[in-house]
Design a protein around this ligand. Structure first.
Ligand code: GRG
Length: 300
């Protein structure tokens, strides 16, 4: 492992720990009523996952010298939305899955009604986190953070992408339709995490912000292309969730639409686009580049 790679590994582990701590700080304890719901929220949101979204927020915060405590909370808000989406996505009315992050899914461990409430409550908590603390110097920028999270997770973002995904089962999509679906379902929240991290620090100029946005959009899509590749090629044990679900559910993916080789090339191409967008942001954006590599080369 090169010195640089070792440095990135240590950075990633330290910041994953910061993300865990922020989630622990904001999630209600199971000693508070309603105890079962609070325990289930913690089961869903803490101690698992790669924490890619908070890591992107930390790395983007590094570009603008953002205070780490602020970014940790902004990243936690995005991660709460992500956790809610996984809980609902796993339910029988959607993907009907029994395994997530190597553990039984929330509706299996608890019950369906609890899983529904866990998702709802995690979503509400995310917005509470963004409004309970001072996360930006300018209140208008903090308001922008709330708006960005709402837009990215709602019908014009993740939930809308999920609706398109559900409607696409058994249909053939062309590449443009597939991209539209994934830009919303997966890309919107990844972009949001990056931009929220940057909003915690000094204001970015319009041009710098456009470059960061270009990076975030490219890496959001790359994340999904890699997810499709892993679903097709990796094992359930490695992923900690059921592998091969897309093919089983007859879902269009980058692998089914482009083929394995072209999907791999597309992931590399998106990574190169992301890297190119970082150049004008200077050395402060180095962690974002390393994270882009991690996202494209990950095995789980
Ligand atoms: C239910 C409104 C609603 C939306 C669900 C995100 C999503 C939409 C569904 C999740 C299903 C899925 C496998 C999506 C593909 C990409 C993705 C979000 C994978 C899981 O994210 P990771 O790899 O998971 O960051 P960890 O466990 O590491 O946090």
């Amino acid at each position: 492992m090169s010195v640089d790679a070792a440095g990135f590994e240590a950075w990633m582990r330290a910041h994953q720990a910061l993300a865990e701590r922020a989630l622990d700080q904001v999630l209600p304890g199971a000693e508070h009523a309603p105890a079962r719901l609070h325990a289930a929220m913690r089961y869903a949101a803490s101690g698992g996952g790669k924490r890619v979204r908070p890591l992107l927020a930390f790395a983007a915060g590094g570009v603008v010298d953002a205070p780490v405590e602020r970014v940790a909370l902004a990243g936690a808000a995005v991660e709460l939305i992500h956790a809610y989406s996984l809980v609902h996505d796993d339910m029988p009315c959607m993907d009907d899955d029994t395994l997530r992050r190597g553990k039984p899914t929330v509706h299996v461990q608890y019950d369906e009604a609890t899983a529904l409430l866990v998702g709802d409550a995690l979503q509400s908590l995310a917005f509470q986190v963004l409004t309970d603390h001072t996360l930006a110097d300018d209140p208008a920028r903090q308001l922008e953070m709330v708006r960005l999270l709402a837009q990215s997770s709602g019908s014009r973002g993740m939930a809308g992408g999920q609706a398109i995904d559900l409607a696409a089962v058994g249909r053939t999509l062309d590449v443009a339709e597939l991209e539209f679906m994934h830009v919303h379902k997966t890309g919107a929240l990844i972009r949001c995490a990056t931009l929220l991290g940057a909003l915690c620090g000094r204001p970015l100029g319009e041009v710098e912000r456009a470059h960061l946005d270009r990076f975030a959009k490219a890496i959001g899509l790359a994340f999904q292309v890699v997810d499709d590749l892993l679903d097709a090629e990796a094992s359930t044990a490695t992923l900690g969730k059921t592998a091969g679900k897309d093919a089983e559910a007859n879902k269009p993916t980058y692998v089914t639409v482009l083929g394995l080789r072209a999907a791999k090339e597309w992931a590399r191409d998106l990574r190169a686009q992301a890297e190119a967008a970082l150049v004008p942001l200077g050395p402060g954006a180095a962690r974002l580049g390393q994270l882009a590599d991690f996202i494209v080369k990950r095995q789980f």
